[in-house]
Ligand binder design. Structure first.
Ligand code: GFB
Length: 313
């Protein structure tokens, strides 16, 4: 990419898209194109076609998606499948039609089979059954990967796919029904501390293991791959380290300074038992994360405190 290249970041208001915009601006890219979802509904085929014809971007980061935690994925199964399929199909097809030089598609670690060997290697894709709680989302993301591969195979498009692990960071979703575990814990422990509550409820058994990456690290990895990777095969993006939800709960409680009890609600699902990325390919391509989990939780908590009024409404 050249500093003046026209770069479209789809989903720039989200946690990942906004981190991508920050990273691009920091590296001196000046010609960024963005649209809010009310300005451009990426599910609308005609609208996306018009937008690409007008703007003719050189590069595309496809970070727009309907996302959420385990409960949102399991509840809004139709929207997670439909919205994501439509957005991916429209953007990837128009990137082909308008001759975009390169597109980076963001998938998710949930594309791998529920019981795939750990750590998850890129070649585990489509080797077994998916985790049921997020199967619609995973199927949509697998379709996105296959679109990138198919447009490359048939038309020679330089479309690459990257698979981030569980993410957290600035501007995360703190809605307790829709969020992922890390922002949920930050909010629950903060509110319990402030309100002097003796107990906080968390979900599941605490035994599942997860890996977490700060969204600004992910954005940095995406820029690195946009500049240095041009192959058909996907690339995992993670820290390569995981911990149990029980350990995460202790860590977040410590950062926030909550000393009460934790109650495990086992009526809520655990999801996949483990999702640890094999990041040897990414490391081989010359990239490694910089923000470790305790530091990242501190940063996310500071961001949460700055915007707390808006979450508490
Ligand atoms: O982050 P999370 O919602 O999603 O949940 P997944 C991770 C684990 O944390 C599960 C537990 O075992 C939850 O039961 N957990 C404990 C909680 N307390 C809470 C809580 O208060 N809120 C939440 N949300 N979880 C998602 C997928 O799976 O991960 C998506 O549904 C996507 O498709 C995303 O892949 C990265 O890691 O289980």
């Amino acid at each position: 990419m050249e500093k003046k290249s026209k770069i479209y970041v789809a989903g720039h208001r989200g946690m990942v898209g906004s981190a991508l915009v920050r990273a691009l601006e920091k590296q001196g890219f000046t010609n960024l194109v963005t649209r809010t979802s009310s300005e451009l509904d990426l599910r609308d085929q005609q609208a996306v076609a018009r937008f690409f014809a007008e703007e003719q971007p050189d590069y595309v980061f496809l970070a727009a998606a309907k996302v959420g935690g385990i409960l949102a994925n399991n509840t809004y199964r139709a929207e997670f499948l439909y919205d994501n399929l439509m957005m991916e199909a429209n953007v990837i097809h128009q990137a082909y039609v308008q001759g975009v030089k390169k597109l980076l598609f963001l998938g998710s670690s949930c594309i791998y089979p529920k019981l795939a060997p750990q750590p998850l290697r890129e070649d585990a894709l489509l080797t077994g059954l998916l985790e049921p709680t997020n199967e619609p989302y995973a199927i949509a993301k697998i379709a996105g990967i296959k679109l990138c591969e198919a447009y490359r195979d048939q038309y020679g498009c330089n479309f690459i796919s990257v698979m981030p692990t569980n993410l957290y960071g600035y501007g995360d979703n703190y809605d307790l029904q829709g969020s992922h575990v890390l922002p949920a814990l930050i909010r629950k422990f903060h509110e319990a501390k402030v309100e002097g509550k003796p107990q906080v409820e968390v979900w599941g058994t605490g035994s599942p293991k997860r890996e977490f990456l700060f969204a600004d690290d992910l954005a940095d990895a995406c820029l690195h791959l946009m500049e240095n990777y041009n192959e058909r095969e996907l690339v995992n993006i993670g820290s390569g380290e995981d911990l149990s939800i029980r350990e995460l709960v202790s860590l977040v409680a410590t950062v926030i300074g909550y000393e009460g009890e934790v109650k495990w609600n086992t009526d809520k699902p655990d999801g996949t038992p483990r999702k640890l990325m094999d990041v040897s390919k990414l490391h081989g391509l010359g990239w490694k994360h910089t923000i470790e989990l305790p530091e990242g939780i501190q940063l996310a908590y500071q961001d949460f405190l700055q915007h707390y009024e808006q979450y508490a409404l």
